[in-house]
Design a protein around this ligand. Structure first.
Ligand SMILES: Cc1cc2nc3c(=O)[nH]c(=O)nc-3n(C[C@H](O)[C@H](O)[C@H](O)COP(=O)(O)O)c2cc1C
Length: 222
């Protein structure tokens, strides 16, 4: 499955079967997470076979069931933490989709389980990403249109529209899609988030999707 197919087929899934993650998949995910951590300075950790995080009222209210595996999105406190978590976390989400797994970003409806991962003194847990074999593969979210999120589409090259379309398929908190993408000439793109919960994390996710949609064009974020 190529990355664009993964983008199209990914939907949030909250109910998982009890099928465990195969060792081979665990090791591929761990390897990729380590490489993203080395690149970004984040401290993301894959937590396998840990049922407590989703064994709480919030998670049940949020209709989560069978969640035993997740990525703990952890990194050094700072102004770019949320956006970095969004960007690199979505890379892992799409890789998981390519490996046949389902996923859901979770900022609110879980509980912290401090013994399940390591958070250093200067670090923070920003969210988790539930992973596993879904009871279903989810369904497409209601979406804004390209012209709702970018003003100068007519003057922009094809790759910019492809990027915007991929961004609109991205997960955002409560499906808020509060972002604006503008073409700034040559290969330059400006991405801005609106006001809302997790809007900075959403923007990192959006930027990752945009880059996938725009490829092979390389994007310079300005
Ligand atoms: C940063 C972030 C935080 C989220 N937090 C939660 C959450 O706490 N509980 C939940 O059920 N879904 C959560 N979601 C999932 C969104 O509701 C979902 O991505 C959105 O409705 C779009 O649907 P889709 O992912 O199927 O495309 C979150 C998504 C993102 C990106």
């Amino acid at each position: 499955m190529d990355i664009m197919q993964a983008i199209k087929e990914r939907h949030s899934v909250r109910a998982f079967s009890d099928k465990p993650l195969p060792e081979e998949i665990v090791s591929q995910l761990k390897h990729e997470i380590a490489s993203c951590n080395a690149q970004s300075g984040l401290h993301m950790q894959l937590v396998v076979d840990e049922p407590e995080a989703f064994d709480c009222r919030m998670a049940k209210y949020g209709k989560f069931s069978g969640v035993r595996n997740y990525v703990a999105m952890i990194g050094p406190k700072g102004s770019t933490l949320d956006e970095d978590c969004g960007y690199y976390g979505e890379h892992i989400v799409l890789m998981a989709q390519q490996l046949g797994l389902n996923s859901c970003w979770v900022g609110m409806t879980y509980q912290k389980v401090p013994h399940a991962y390591e958070i250093k003194d200067d670090e923070k847990l920003t969210a988790v990403i539930a992973l596993g074999y879904g009871e279903t593969s989810g369904r497409a979210h209601k979406t804004k249109t390209p012209s709702d999120v970018s003003s100068n589409l007519r003057d922009a090259p094809d790759w910019f529209l492809r990027g915007v379309e991929a961004a609109l398929l991205a997960p955002t908190a409560v499906n808020q899609q509060k972002f604006v993408l503008s073409y700034e000439g040559d290969n330059r793109v400006h991405a801005k988030h609106g006001i809302g919960f997790y809007a900075k994390m959403d923007l990192g996710i959006i930027r990752y999707h945009f880059e996938c949609g725009a490829a092979p064009q390389k994007v310079a974020w300005v």
